[in-house]
Design a protein around this ligand. Structure first.
Ligand SMILES: N[C@@H](CCC(=O)N[C@@H](CS)C(=O)NCC(=O)O)C(=O)O
Length: 232
């Protein structure tokens, strides 16, 4: 049995989608990041960067394996199941390249875009930051669209590169983007949406999704932290 420490956001969906796609048994343990549950000492033990997602795989015998960082989790689950990560060296490194691209480029730029669109106080002048991240998000969409021009999925076959990347495309409208110019991206988006694992994964604990802007307290919890919050 696998424990999934989770909150319904794009980074959480990467793993709920992978678990569904691999048809693995798992149990969801919600980590309410607005309430600050990611700073609990027991959670910091398995997630020193105070972020979800995390998995703990209890295996058949102790000790269990715990993994933080969505890229590492995806690679672990792909290796465990033999799915969505080819064995052949060239094909494998290509998938790992694109997983790294997501983790280091598309994810962080989309994350900042989300911050300045959904969370940053409106009374401050955030125009520079919004413009910077909107351009970077748009640039990344262009990178993906080019890549998909000659491939059905990012690395040909559906892989953990697609599973890592798709969740951060989902909020594109909220970020003021349109896919009109990105025809390959539109096709890819529709193809993944049709997959049972992807649609089930993205709906895991949908009831916990945010329906209103964060309160002042939640803002403080999410964005008012420093290294002091991690003191043991
Ligand atoms: N690089 C991390 C990013 C995970 C991440 O940013 N998670 C956010 C939610 S989307 C979180 O847990 N935030 C809690 C906080 O900021 O304190 C990964 O890919 O796993």
């Amino acid at each position: 049995m696998i424990d999934l420490y989770y909150w319904p956001t794009p980074n959480g969906w990467k793993i709920s989608i992978m678990l569904e796609e691999c048809d693995l048994d798992y149990r969801v343990i919600p980590v309410d990041i607005g309430k600050g549950e990611q700073f609990r000492p027991s959670f910091l033990e398995i997630s020193p960067n105070n972020r979800m997602p995390v998995i703990v795989d209890h295996l058949d015998q102790e000790p269990a394996i715990s993994i933080f960082e969505s890229g590492a989790i995806l690679i672990y689950l792909a290796e465990k199941t033999g799915k969505f990560l080819p064995e052949e060296m060239r094909a494998r490194i290509e998938v790992l390249e694109w997983v790294s691209w997501q983790i280091a480029n598309f994810g962080p730029m989309a994350g900042q875009m989300s911050h300045f669109t959904n969370y940053a106080p409106k009374n401050l002048n955030n125009d520079y930051a919004l413009d910077r991240y909107a351009r970077e998000y748009n640039r990344c969409l262009g990178v993906l669209n080019n890549r998909l021009a000659e491939r059905e999925f990012i690395c040909g076959e559906y892989s953990i590169a697609d599973i890592a990347t798709w969740p951060w495309l989902l909020p594109y409208k909220a970020f003021g983007e349109s896919l009109d110019e990105f025809t390959h991206l539109q096709r890819w988006h529709k193809n993944i949406k049709k997959r049972t694992g992807a649609s089930k994964g993205v709906n895991v604990r949908k009831d916990l999704r945010r329906t209103s802007p964060p309160s002042a307290r939640e803002r403080k919890v999410l964005f008012g932290q420093s290294s002091r919050s991690l003191k043991k």
